[in-house]
Structures are given as C-alpha cells and as structure tokens.
Design a protein around this ligand. Structure first.
Ligand code: ADP
Ligand code: MG
Length: 660
C-alpha cells in the first residue's frame, strides 16, 4: 500500500567562514615582514606588501591593501582550541543527528594541516572534535544508545584511497538517494574512545601522500577527509528511531597552482589533477555564492571527486564551516588575497540542515548489489592486469617487451579514465537538463503571470519585477545551455576515444601480442561500461524519487493549509488507499508550514500535481481533498505583490495561491 511521510523539518543555514593567520616562520621572519592584521576577532586587513610605493601611488590611493569581515578571525597568537570553541556548537550537533562539515582551505604551508590535525601542545580540530563527541556521549543522561564509527580517505590525483587500509585499491563514488554521495568499499571502523580514533588518525596520516615543495617540507598533495558518524538509538513511548549524524573534517591540498610550489617532473601531472579538484571547488563556491541572487545556476559538482564528496557540505544537508588559513608574510600576499577572496564569496553559500532520522529505506539494494559485484570483478581484473604487468617486468633485457609493457600500461590507464569520464559527463548532462527544465517551467509561469498582470496595469511595479526575474531565468537558461553543449562535445570526444581504444585492443589481440592480457583488458572495459550504465540508471531513478519526495512535501504543505484535522485526513486517505505514515513523527512544536515560513525559499521546484512527480493514489487523494475544501488545483502562479514575488518561488506561489 502506498504511504505518505510528513515532510522533514529543514532549516536554512549560512556557511560560516573563519580565517586563521599563523605566526611567521623563522625563515619568513628573516626575509620579510608581517602584513596580515586581525581586528575585533572578525576583521582581516592585508597590507600592501610594497613598502616603496611611488609617491603618486600613495597620493592617488592606489594601494593594494585589502580589508575583509568574516564570522571569525584568529591572529597568530590564537590556538586551535580558540577556533574550536567558536565553532563547537556546529560540531557537537552531530550527536543530535545533524551533519556538519569543516574544511580547511589555503595555500601550501599556510597552516591547514596544523589547524585540522595540530600538535601535541596545540591539538587540531579533528582531535578536539572527537574528544568533545565522546565527552558528550559519556555525560548523556538519557537511555539512548550510541554507536560511533569513522572512516578516513584521501583524494590524490583524482583517485580515492582508503587511509585505513594498508594498501588500498582505487575506490569509486556512488550516489545513494538517501545517504547522498558514498564511497563504495570504504572501510568504516567502530570506535569506543577518542584514543582509538587518534590511533587511526595517526596511521592514516602516515599513509598520506606528501612531497617536499618549496612552500613546505612535507606538503600534502592530497585532500584528506575524516568522517565520524554518530548513531543515536532512541526509544520513546510509541516507537524507536535512530538519529544519525555525520561530521566530515577535510584537510585540503594547497590551493596554489602546481607550478608555484616549484615541484617538478612527473609530480607536475599530479599537481594538475590536484588543482582540478581545487579549481572545481573554487568554481562551485563561485556558483553557489551567486546562486541566492541568480536562482537556478548550474553548480558543477561533477567536475571533480572532491566536489562530489563535499557536495552535501557545500549546499546540502550540513552545517558547514570553512577555515581559510593564511600566512602573514609579505611574500605570500597573492596567495593570502586569493584565499580570502574565495572565503569572502563562500559567506554567501546556504545549506539546508535537517536531522537524519532512520532507519533508512533501501530502495536500490538490488542495484547496489550488482554494482558492488561488478566492482569486485573490476578489482579482480585490475589485479590480474597488475600481475601480468609484473610478469612482463621480469624480462627487462628485452627492449621490445619494455615498449609493449608501457604501451599496455597506457591502454589500461586510458581505458579506465575513459569509462570514468563517460559516467561523469552523462550524469552532469542529466543534472543540467533537469535544472533547465525547471527554469523553463518557471519561465512559462512568468510569461503567463506577466500577461495577466499587464491586463491590470501596463508597466507597474509588479510587471517590472516579473520581467526582471524573467531576464534572470533567461540568462540562466542560456548559461546552462552553453555548458550543456560543451558537455555534449566532451561526450562525443569521449565516445571517439572509446572507439579508438577498442580498435587498438582488437588490433593487438589479432596480432597476438599479449593475448591473455588484452582479453582481460577488453573484458575490463566492457564491465566498466556496464558498470557505468548501471550507475547512470541509478542516477535517473534517484532523480525520479527525489521529485516524488518534493511532490509529497508539497502535498503535505497543502494538507496543512486546507485546515483539515488529523482524523479527517486519515479517514479520507484510507478511503483512497493511502496510509498516512508516521503522523506523530511530524514536527510538533511548529507545523511544517511554519517551519517553511521561517526558512528562506528553496530552489524552484516543479509542482505539477498531475505530472510524473506524484503517484496515482496520491493524485486522487489530492483531487479529492481539493474538491472537499472547494479549491481548484492550479499550476498557474498567482502573485500579489513584487515583495511576494521576490520572497517566493513559483512552486510555492502556486500552492499558496490554490489554498489561500
Ligand atoms: P599546510 O597543511 O597548509 O600545507 P602546515 O599545516 O603543514 O601547512 O603548516 C606549515 C608550517 O607552519 C608547519 O611547519 C607548521 O608547524 C607551521 N604552522 C602552521 N600553523 C601554525 C600555528 N598556528 N602555530 C605555529 N606553527 C604553525
Ligand atoms: Mg597540509
């Protein structure tokens, strides 16, 4: 029997930004001067590094001095504990089933690892957080049971490794409709104490890929993500539920360009990919920063592993803190200003937090099982390929064998990258099309509203506000169409490359080079493709489920607005064959309607009740309720004033219009 759940409570939060300026290192003290000043624990002033400014520059005020205001700012005398105390309320929410993300962003040597991991005398945020979590659990006086687990991964050169595994294989990302982005096969260890996590953290850190750069003797070239999950099992009079909070602590690689750290040779290739992730992060921060003004602009999360992992932390269900770390040295002026520029933009980012109440449905268990087994198969084949490689390596004297080996290595690497790229491109295109579909629906509603309003007053304030909004939506559609065309071109190039690779493999099999090896490679490629197709299908299904949930949320809002009481609703629903599920789990202090009013508007949604968003019995119930309450379900928006237009998106407006 179908069922409707009440909408989940959501609260809009703004990303908090803290700046941390470290002390000068002994070398910096010898060579330069201190140019970063922190004022009133919020302001940051970066002085012009050039002391010998021309007279004219000074007179005409052409100084490079910059000033910023953040949520928190910490100078060189502050400890990690000072910073932690300011953001601890965010972190401890994880014990109440909320998600939190803290990430350190800054150039190499600016103090990211120092802030996240710290030292014995000045423990970092990772250490302080799990001490707090275990303290809270110890002091908790309820009868709730707690389970704490942790995972630790790194993204290096666009490949994900498990830092809790001795020799980790390459891990893949998967999108789960309930849990969001998950790393398939990542080890999660249950922990009973902060000391145990410390031990795991130390082991993991020793496995991180580091290298010496001019900026830092042991600079991390990878992004490390420590995830602590707290499950809280609650029992009340009528039911038991699980709250599941997740804390992600992220130590990013340096944000500067690879060439700037003076590393060389093959490591430059790594640098390019590390920066691909950071560049993608910067692009996402840019897009999200303007989104509250621009409406549905496309946010390119898919462009890197890092942004996919951080997606929830950047815009989804997470209270997020960005820590921008800077050096006070005059020689670092450009890095410092770049970091602060992104931090300044990040202040505009909004997230939508909600408690994660389980147990979690597993709609896709069958798909997951197939993908997991495919992944095991892919891993097995990869291993066989590696073994074959090492067998070939045993004949170093034969030059032709060497050539063949490097050629086979090339084929293997290219094949793998080609498959991965294809999955990402297809999913990105799907998301982009979905975004534009929503934009076009809004455009249509706007056109209708403009026509209607013009019959009342030709060029009044409402018409102008509507036209303004229409222009924004048109701009978005054009930008998104451009990105879509680029993705389409990339897909064509990817397809061309796939055909070339297959030709090369087939040719090699025919010429009997390394028949077994190539057969395996071919099999691996085919499996990779079917894996990709399955992942794509899952993404499409996720999208449909997401739409149904949104439609249900709207239906609930509608039901609340109709003023029917609980008993009437249940009776009416039962007659239509619909179970109203978890009524008591609905937020009691405020109705979802009120909660919604308290938060800022969500992105525009499609709310056509007759469309594919709503399942058949729910649609019947909706029609039945509307006729009872004497309302006509109308998808046409209804705006009363420009203020209302600005504060509501069309989907909400159409609902309130129908029920008011
Ligand atoms: P990143 O991870 O950003 O590359 P690190 O955290 O490794 O940089 O810091 C670079 C250097 O600066 C290290 O030697 C570290 O000990 C020192 N450092 C960073 N922050 C502080 C601080 N707040 N106090 C003292 N030393 C610091
Ligand atoms: Mg570091």
């Amino acid at each position: 029997m179908p069922s409707i759940r009440p909408p989940t409570w959501k609260q809009t939060a703004t990303l908090q930004v803290a700046v941390k300026c470290r002390p000068l290192t002994p070398l910096e003290r010898q060579q330069g001067r201190h140019i970063v000043h922190v004022t009133n624990n919020k302001g940051v002033i970066v002085l012009d590094p050039d002391l010998s400014k021309d007279y004219l520059d000074v007179v005409q005020n052409r100084t490079k001095e910059k000033r910023y205001i953040f949520d928190f700012a910490f100078g060189p005398d502050c400890t990690n504990k000072d910073l932690y105390d300011c953001i601890s309320s965010t972190i401890v929410g994880v014990v109440q089933g909320l998600n939190a993300t803290v990430f350190a962003y800054g150039s190499t040597g600016s103090g990211k690892t120092y802030t996240m991991v710290g030292t014995r005398n000045d423990p970092g945020l990772m250490v302080l957080s799990f001490h707090s979590i275990f303290d809270l659990i110890k002091k908790d006086e309820s009868a709730d049971e707690f389970e704490v687990s942790c995972s630790y991964l790194e993204v290096y050169n666009e490949v994900i490794y498990d830092l809790l595994e001795k020799s980790s294989s390459h891990l893949e990302l998967r999108e789960d409709p309930e849990k969001g982005i998950v790393v398939a096969g990542l080890r999660t260890i249950k922990v009973q104490s902060a000391d145990k996590i410390m031990e795991l953290l130390n082991i993991g850190n020793s496995r991180r890929k580091t290298e010496s750069t001019e900026a830092n003797a042991t600079s991390s070239r990878s992004h490390a993500v420590l995830e602590i999950t707290v499950k809280r099992k609650q029992r009340t009079d009528y039911r038991s539920q699980v709250l599941c909070g997740k804390l992600s602590l992220v130590d990013l690689a340096g944000s500067e360009r690879a060439s700037e750290t003076l590393n060389s040779g093959h490591k430059l290739r790594d640098g390019a990919n590390i920066n691909r992730s950071l560049l993608a992060l910067a692009n996402c921060i840019n897009a999200l920063g303007k989104q509250h003004k621009k409406g549905l602009a496309y946010v390119p999360y898919r462009n890197s592993k890092l942004t996919r992992i951080l997606k929830d932390g950047l815009s989804g269900n997470s209270q997020t803190v960005m820590i921008a770390t800077v050096s006070p040295a005059d020689g670092q002026y450009q890095h410092t200003v770049n970091t602060l520029k992104y931090a300044d933009r990040a202040k505009e980012i909004k997230t939508h937090i909600q408690k994660n109440v389980g147990p979690i449905d597993t709609h896709f268990s069958e798909y997951e099982r197939i993908i997991d087994s495919l992944q095991v198969e892919v891993c097995r084949l990869k291993k066989e390929l590696a073994e074959k490689d090492s067998q070939l390596c045993k004949k170093p004297a034969e030059k032709s064998a060497d050539d063949e080996l490097s050629w086979l290595n090339f084929l293997s690497r290219e094949t793998s990258e080609n498959v991965q790229e294809r999955v990402n491109l297809q999913k990105a295109l799907l998301e982009l099309e979905e975004t534009n579909l929503k934009n076009r629906t809004e455009l249509q509603h706007l056109d209708e509203a403009i026509a209607k309003q013009q019959s009342v007053e030709r060029d009044g304030a409402v018409v102008q506000a509507l036209r303004l909004r229409r222009q924004v939506i048109l701009d978005n559609i054009r930008d998104n169409d451009e990105s879509g065309a680029n993705y389409q071109k990339e897909i064509e190039a990817n397809e061309k490359q796939r055909r070339q690779l297959q030709d090369m493999i087939d040719e090699a099999i025919r010429s009997d080079g390394n028949r077994t090896y190539l057969n395996i490679l071919s099999q691996y490629r085919i499996l990779g493709m079917s894996n990709a197709e399955l992942q794509f299908e899952m993404a499409v299904r996720d999208q449909v489920i997401h739409e149904q949930r949104e439609a249900q949320r709207g239906l609930w809002k509608m039901l609340m607005g109709l003023g029917l009481d609980q008993k009437q609703l249940i009776e009416l629903a039962a007659r239509q064959g619909v179970t109203l599920e978890d009524w008591r789990a609905a937020p009691s202090a405020k109705s979802p309607h009120e909660h919604h009013k308290a938060s800022s508007p969500p992105p525009a949604r499609k709310m056509s009740f007759g469309g594919r968003g709503l399942a058949q019995p729910h649609r019947q119930l909706f029609t039945c309720l509307c006729s009872r309450a004497g309302h006509q379900p109308s998808p046409i928006p209804f705006w009363n004033s420009p203020t209302e237009l600005n504060s509501k998106m069309p989907s909400q407006i159409s609902v309130s219009g129908a029920s008011s």
